[in-house]
Design a binder for this molecule. Sequence first.
Ligand SMILES: [Ca+2]
Length: 175
Amino acid sequence: MVETVIAIFVLTIGLIGTAAALTFALEFGALSKNVTGAKTVIVSTIEEIETLRNARRLEFSQIANTGSVDNTGAATVFSGFSTGYQPVSLSPGEDGVNGTGDDLIDPGPDATFGTGDDFSNPGLIRSGFTRRIAISNISPTIRKIEVNVRYSAAAGKIAEIRGVAYLNDEARITR
Ligand SMILES: [Ca+2]
């Protein structure tokens, strides 16, 4: 009888141990996925900015945060990258650039931006992440691009990853 009780006790301890390991594995799996997602957001943001420069879709002087954009001589007027932590959108919005103020604007049923049926669509938010793009001048020809992404970590906490890139004014692809 005593041996049976001890055997059950040992088995219970063993099962609790397994359950704890399983919970940890599940939590770590979800966390690892979010870390990967956050890194992807950072890399794609930096690569997009580099591409905008290379393709001359934005002039070097336009690659800046809102309020610091110099549109002098540029083919199109750019409003700049939003400051502070913002939702990550699944759509770049009317300007075709991710990380700007129009990212969550939905063109509405007519699929045309700038018409009366446009609306701000929270369904475009990529949940679980917020992003800050901070662009500063290192010199007249070099800009520092800092991208911070906050993501959901274990136990409801918010963690953060930062990526830093330096961009010069030499577009490698010509039109
Ligand atoms: Ca945009």
